[in-house]
Design a protein around this ligand. Structure first.
Ligand SMILES: Nc1ncnc2c1ncn2[C@@H]1O[C@H](COP(=O)(O)OP(=O)(O)OP(=O)(O)O)[C@@H](O)[C@H]1O
Length: 500
């Protein structure tokens, strides 16, 4: 079976007004069980080619198939383990949590405990499992990345300079592990710059191919077979490693997306809990509720639930668009998204988990505003009214949270901060706050804005009138949910979601 097929692939990058060609008409296939060493000088385009194979980049022309599928398809990566340069995991997450998360993506993960998996990559200290990522040394992080690639029990390993930062002992263990994987039939594609890998690669690789820089293409083509080491016996392990052997050929059970969602959701919630600045920053706006008492001539019960709704709106849009967008932009520039995109995590599950965890923060914020409103401002509406307004606010904010996530992936991280902050000034006008110029035209345009329909929907619920337009507002929000949802999946998959 062909695990990788590369047909006539060309890659050009725009450099100012000119185009820079990196790969030209590359044709290449890798069969199951091969161990391919992809050689080439620095800058030849090896990482570019591997990124295309992993679905992080679409070639300018030509076609790539990974496990017979489009590499951007999450299912193509069900049996692929990847170690790439410039990927990172969130610093405040623990090693155990990362292993569990990556394990949950695989339909048939290695039947080993987390401790055993860490031992495979020479991470033997027991306390490392409960250590956060931040204090780990470079070598320990690199070993963990290999563990994350192996935990899903891959049939194909794509390794881009996997031995960088490794100490001598870990280097030895790395090669023992790779030899074992190869003997168990795992296909391997590897690049390295390090001289001390050459001896092992010369011994183990079944094919050596060299990628020439575009400027020095020989007549035979840019990617050249340097040697084919055929008939190299792959000694399958004898009795001692039967378990591992069986685990790779065990029948695959289809993945339960709900289980992946639960794990991803748990991970997102833990990440939020460990980011107190995010939580305190957003929830501190709730502290403005008692300030409404400072209005001249304030009497208890004088402030209406409508005013609480406007305050909730400000808080929810801050959380869902500004805070979430910035968070995603940081995650993206740090390299976590790049790592996630090399896994088989379905984009929809990722987006759903992120939005659901954020809605919990929104729910806490609304609940706090209502409690303060009741207690400090004397807004004694019925429980039923509070509950229906709560539901209207929380369900209605969902499309905008998806929009916030999308903006985090669309905007360049450097500009995301200012653009998202600016959006908070624009949103009130999109909701229908009158503008000082051309009010009639703006009013017409505003009625097309989902922000306006969100405001109108919640106000209609609060006034508990039987406004027939409630259904219209609801339909607008459903439309916005579908539109933002589909475009968020597209934005997640697109090449420029990876920051270079
Ligand atoms: N997104 C991008 N935009 C513009 N140029 C890029 C982009 N990605 C890669 N390049 C350029 O493509 C060339 C090849 O880079 P690549 O990282 O693929 O080489 P490499 O063979 O892996 O080198 P190394 O071994 O040093 O990592 C480099 O000149 C790099 O600057």
């Amino acid at each position: 079976m062909k695990v990788i097929e590369i047909n006539n692939v060309t890659q050009t990058f725009r450099k100012g007004l000119s185009q820079k060609t990196i790969l030209k008409n590359i044709n290449f296939t890798i069969d199951s069980g091969e161990f391919v060493w992809l050689k080439g000088d620095g800058g030849a385009g090896k990482t570019t080619l591997l990124s295309q194979i992993c679905g992080l980049m679409t070639p300018s022309s030509g076609e790539i198939k990974l496990m017979g599928l489009d590499p951007k398809d999450a299912n193509a990566k069900l049996y692929v383990g990847v170690v790439l340069q410039e990927t990172q995991v969130p610093k405040n997450m623990k090693v155990r949590e990362l292993l569990e998360l990556l394990r949950s993506y695989s339909p048939n993960p290695l039947p080993l405990s987390n401790e055993e998996i860490l031992k495979m990559v020479n991470l033997k200290k027991p306390e490392i499992l409960d250590s956060e990522m931040a204090p780990l040394a470079g070598s320990e992080k690199q070993r963990l990345y290999l563990a994350l690639a192996l935990i899903g029990n891959p049939k194909l390993l794509i390794l881009d300079e996997p031995t960088r930062n490794l100490d001598a002992e870990s280097h030895k263990v790395f090669w023992e592990q790779i030899k074992l994987c190869h003997e168990q039939g795992v296909t391997i594609l590897m690049t390295t710059q390090y001289q001390n890998d050459s001896e092992k690669l010369n011994e183990l690789a079944t094919r050596i191919v060299k990628l020439h820089p575009f400027s020095e293409i020989p007549a035979e083509g840019q990617l050249l077979e340097e040697s084919t080491l055929e008939n190299r016996e792959i000694e399958l392990e004898s009795s001692t490693n039967k378990d591992e052997e069986i685990s790779t050929i065990a029948p695959v059970t289809p993945r339960n997306l709900l289980d992946i969602f639960k794990k991803q959701f748990e991970f997102e919630v833990t990440q939020l809990r460990r980011t107190p600045t995010f939580l305190l920053g957003t929830l501190s706006i709730v502290g403005f509720v008692p300030l409404l008492k400072l209005q001249p001539g304030f009497q208890p019960g004088q402030v209406t639930i409508d005013q609480l709704i406007y305050l909730c709106g400000i808080i929810l849009f801050t959380i869902a668009i500004e805070r979430l967008g910035k968070r995603v932009a940081i995650e993206r520039s740090e390299g976590w998204l790049k790592l996630l995109k090399t896994t088989s995590l379905p984009p929809v599950v990722y987006i759903a988990a992120k939005i659901t965890s954020l809605l919990i923060v929104c729910a806490v914020a609304i609940f706090s505003v209502f409690i303060l409103g009741y207690w400090q401002l004397g807004i004694h509406a019925s429980l039923g009214l509070y509950l229906s307004v709560f539901l209207g606010l929380i369900i209605g904010i969902t499309p905008f949270a998806i929009l916030g996530l999308e903006l985090g992936y669309l905007l360049h991280p450097k500009s995301a901060d200012s653009i998202l902050s600016l959006s908070l000034f624009i949103i009130p006008f999109a909701c229908g706050v009158p503008l000082p110029f051309k009010p009639e035209l703006m009013q017409d345009l505003v009625s097309l804005s989902p922000f306006y329909h969100y405001k109108e929907l919640v106000l209609s619920i609060a006034q508990s009138n039987s406004d027939p337009r409630v259904i219209l507002h609801l339909l607008w929000l459903i439309w916005a949910f579908g539109f933002f949802g589909l475009s968020a999946v597209w934005v997640y998959k697109r090449d420029r979601a990876i920051v270079k």
